[in-house]
Write a protein that binds this ligand. Structure first.
Ligand code: SF4
Ligand code: SF4
Length: 97
């Protein structure tokens, strides 16, 4: 499976090394779905390899792909809760606090 740089794996999963909650966009993901810290990205990002999931979540928009990813793993409700609460580091990263 080739990575199509669809961006979903930088938004949908929670990434502890980045303190990134489920369903929230990594602050390092650029508008054109590239990693702005590629040379310094955490190991978990380095280890991530495209697989069958990438095909299963294919959809026209990033939002749809993320939702399909979350639904695939039964994480929709948990992600919604995380989105509503956010977390301190993400709020800081987005200049919200
Ligand atoms: S979800 Fe899969 S296809 Fe999309 S960017 Fe990640 S590895 Fe690539
Ligand atoms: S650090 Fe880079 S590769 Fe890792 S989730 Fe963020 S944008 Fe994606």
């Amino acid at each position: 499976m080739e990575c199509t740089r669809c961006g979903a794996c930088c938004v949908a999963p929670d990434i502890a090394a980045l303190d990134k909650p489920l369903g929230m966009r990594c602050p390092h993901l650029t508008a054109d779905s590239l990693c702005s810290v590629y040379e310094h990205r955490p190991q978990v990002c380095r280890d991530y390899a495209p697989d069958e999931v990438c095909r299963l979540i294919e959809a026209p928009t990033l939002e749809e792909r993320v939702q399909k990813y979350l639904d695939l793993f039964g994480l929709g409700a948990e992600a919604e809760s995380a989105r509503q609460q956010g977390c301190a580091s993400m709020r800081r990263a987005r200049g919200m606090s």
